[in-house]
Design a binder for this molecule. Structure first.
Ligand code: ZN
Length: 71
């Protein structure tokens, strides 16, 4: 029903949250557990990680700095 593009549901990917003032961390896109570094499989839900996608939160943090510096 999903054709040839259907993936096994034991796979997922990391969402990399990037920060300016602290180190990046990684969130499982399947169970949303957060880790300091990516692994080949999620230690919480066991999903096999196929990729890492960035979620650059520093963009919001930069805007926050602008608001502080512009005060
Ligand atoms: Zn997980």
């Amino acid at each position: 029903m999903f054709g040839k593009t259907k993936q096994p549901d034991n796979t997922s990917h990391w969402i990399r949250h990037e920060h300016i003032l602290r180190s990046d961390h990684y969130e499982c896109a399947r169970c949303h557990v957060k880790k300091d570094r990516p692994t080949n499989a999620c230690p919480n839900c066991g999903a096999v990680m196929k990729s890492t996608k960035s979620d650059p939160q520093w963009v919001d943090e930069l805007e926050m700095f602008d608001a502080i510096l512009g005060d």
